[in-house]
Design a protein around this ligand. Sequence first.
Ligand code: KG4
Ligand code: ZN
Length: 344
Amino acid sequence: TSPKIVLGFESSCDETGVALCTTDGRILGQALYSQIAMHKDYGGVVPELASRDHIRRLIPLMNETFAQAGIGLNDVDAIAVTTGPGLPGALMAGCAFSYSMAMGLNLPVIPVHHLEGHLLSPLLSANPPAFPFTALLVSGGHSQLMGVEGLGKYKLLGETLDDAAGEAFDKTAKMIGLPYPGGPALSKLAESGNPERFKLPRPMLHSGDFMFSFSGLKTAVLTTAMKLAGVSQPAEGMAIDDTDKADLAASFQAAIVETLVKKALAACLHMDHKRLVVAGGVGANRLLREQLVKAATKRGIDVYFPELNLCTDNGAMIAFAGAMQVREHPDLLANRNYSMNTRP
Ligand code: KG4
Ligand code: ZN
């Protein structure tokens, strides 16, 4: 039988993404709009503004995607949509749109877990990993280690007890006066800093499990920043000398990367996997990529990353996750249950 075509939508946070993917894993078209510029002035994502913008972008992005693919709505066999986790209002924009359209066109809806989208995104790269593999999933909302035996066969090995890795990057960046989103800004600044200048904690490095904790590291950065600025109360955008700032950024990045690398490798060895996959926004971090490859190579483990543009939120990973589900379970195409079930 010929491959089926899945139209996918992502709107869980501050990116609106649309894509078309076939059940043999080809992306036929994709369009993405990032709201970063809009949220920048507020220092973080404003949920209500995010929802409103998704409503504005969904149809133009969908039209752009179809134009790229050279096909039309009539060629679509199923609609995949992120049903969570994410900002409730933002999810609602994408879900209400997708479910209504599916109902109107008599198409099945494939609900997609946002993290499954991230988890499978490395399979879209030129050199995709085979199953099984261990996955380090590090985004703005989650930090998890997963054992992946196959599509839908995921075992949670460990996760963060408090802040997610991306959240720690963002909050630390804000503390030292860097613009939102902090991750890319902080890692750029860190390139010119001395990572050994400040001795910051590596929380739970020797806990013997696969759990993370980043809030203590964040507090240590705050205390150091206050000392450098000569203030006794924390304040946003403290006056810190540029060199000090770069050194602090580099020391923070080194601490978080060391923790992620050690635990990811330990999890991979524990699972006896030969492949380690990194996904989620923090997977775009250059030092993390370098250090992971270095440590894994020594152990005979191959590391796989999504293409850089597929690390952060996008529609392609959602359309792909939906398409893989349809391939694995063709009976999903018969599903006409339109009871929308979002997971905030
Ligand atoms: O996966 P993602 O786009 O959204 C969520 O599902 O959360 O991840 C966004 C997160 C943000 O916290 C951002 O600061 C972080 O990924 N990030 C980075 C880098 N690029 C994005 N963190 C560190 N280094 C980067 N180069
Ligand atoms: Zn994400």
